[in-house]
Ligand binder design. Structure first.
Ligand code: SF4
Length: 235
């Protein structure tokens, strides 16, 4: 998101501390920001990790493969002002995934969720206690979903972030008013959780105008057809 926004960012930079203070003021109590481990148990309704809830998925046409995507790969309308590079989505990449029959799981746009559509500079808000609290809540949801797909025998092809973003950048991010090497806040925290949960899911950054590089990366991962035997409840 971030190559064109230096002017707009600089224009608004003076407002950033006030925004961060306002966000923090909602949550001054540090204890309140501690997030307990989520308990997803819903008695009698199903929960991942229970053998009795494991199903045999081979009886229909589903492909067994999914990919997790940064939200704006599918919806450019979520981007910060002046950074929508395409009318709606990254079409070459999405077309490729459609052709390969990989299910698309659109992660939430964390900047929109924490700071709104009219955000102007994201790091101070995202890194604030209130921002991190919201971010961790959404990471819980994504981790739950990933664990459930894996438990049921599906393949998660990868997690696709968005290069250059202060939130979703994987190896390139926006920091100190320039694009540079590094991770965005969402990807950094998500990767910490993946590691803590011992989930070995590759994370790759998509560059707006180099989608072919991501397609090549995916080609490697999709070389072999998915082995549906792991789809069986008896595994
Ligand atoms: S936060 Fe992530 S999903 Fe949202 S606009 Fe930025 S790069 Fe896209």
């Amino acid at each position: 998101m971030h190559k064109k926004s230096s002017l707009s960012r600089r224009h608004f930079i003076g407002l950033v501390p006030a925004a961060a203070v306002a966000l923090n003021a909602c949550n001054t109590d540090a204890a309140e920001n501690q997030i307990p481990s989520p308990d997803y148990s819903i008695p009698e309704s199903g929960f991942h990790g229970r053998e009795e809830n494991k199903r045999d998925w081979r009886g229909d046409n589903r492909s067994g493969r999914v990919v997790f995507l940064s939200h704006c790969i599918l919806n450019q309308n979520a981007r910060i002002v002046h950074e929508g590079d395409f009318p709606a989505m990254m079409e070459p990449l999405i077309e490729y995934l459609k052709e390969k029959q990989v299910g698309l799981i659109q992660m939430p746009c964390i900047e929109l969720y924490v700071l709104g559509l009219g955000r102007f500079d994201v790091r101070p808000g995202m890194e604030s206690p209130a921002g991190m609290k919201r971010l961790n809540r959404l990471i819980d949801d994504q981790i739950f979903t990933m664990r459930e797909y894996l438990f049921q025998g599906f393949e998660i092809v990868g997690i696709l972030g968005k290069q250059g973003s202060p939130s979703c950048g994987v190896t390139r991010t926006w920091l100190d008013d320039i694009q540079q090497d590094g991770q965005g806040v969402w990807i950094r925290e998500l990767k910490k959780r993946l590691e803590a949960e011992k989930l070995d899911i590759p994370v790759h950054g998509v560059a707006d105008f180099k989608q072919d590089e991501t397609i090549k990366w995916l080609e490697e991962r999709l070389k072999e057809p998915y082995d549906k035997s792991s789809f069986s409840a008896s595994m």
